[in-house]
Design a protein around this ligand. Structure first.
Ligand code: URA
Length: 206
């Protein structure tokens, strides 16, 4: 594994993994995307957040969750009492998948094949970081982590066990889901529920 390759130095192993991922051609998404958006955060983080894939702004910045969904994420974790600099934040898929419409790049959902191809990277991130608790933000992250289709409504709000011995996992909605809700009252209610999910998951870390 990446960890063995550098004699157990996890920081070095992580940097090597990130550099290797920068040249990833495991699926076709690397061609139109600007760059690989790898995970970020301390390699000894106890809490890991997994999103879907980088969006337009993340693709340009090379960092996860810095665009509109990232702003919701930042506000929600802060309200849940979580320090972003202390947690590891990554995505199930590491290249932006989009459709070009004029000058705009419109997000497309990653498919099963892309999630599968990219699991190579997230599995190695998880093996290095070994978080006590992993939070799946939305169905794509949950699908990647559990290797099956997951219904968020049925599985959110309780501690789950990752199938590969990777510790505890919690499933909640993706922050983009909140941005898409047209009704303001519904959005406020769903946002509060999201914050509560994050608070409960974070409280599981010793
Ligand atoms: N949405 C995600 O799932 N991840 C990001 O990094 C940005 C938006």
């Amino acid at each position: 594994t990446a960890r063995d390759a550098v004699g157990g130095n996890i920081e070095l192993a992580w940097a090597a993994l990130r550099d290797e991922a920068a040249g990833c051609t495991r699926c076709p998404l690397y061609k139109p995307a600007t760059q690989t958006v790898f995970g970020e955060g301390p390699v000894d983080a106890q809490l890991m957040f997994v999103g879907e894939q980088p969006g337009d702004q993340e693709d340009l910045a090379g960092r996860p969750f810095v665009g509109p969904a990232g702003q919701v994420f930042d506000r929600a974790i802060a309200e849940a009492g979580i320090d972003r600099t202390a947690v590891y934040v990554t995505n199930a898929v590491k290249h932006f998948k989009f459709e070009q419409r004029g000058k705009r790049r419109i997000h497309s959902k990653p498919g099963a094949g892309e999630i599968e191809a990219c699991r190579w990277w997230i599995d190695q991130e998880r093996m290095l970081v070994k978080p006590a608790v992993t939070v799946a933000l939305g169905a794509t992250a949950a699908r990647s982590l559990f290797g099956r289709v997951v219904t968020i409504g049925r599985e959110r709000g309780r501690a789950l066990e990752l199938p590969d011995g990777g510790g505890e996992a919690w499933i909640t909605v993706h922050p983009s889901f909140l941005l898409r809700l047209p009704d303001e009252a519904a959005r406020a209610a769903e946002y509060a529920r999201f914050v509560e999910d994050l608070r409960v998951a974070a409280a599981r870390v010793g």
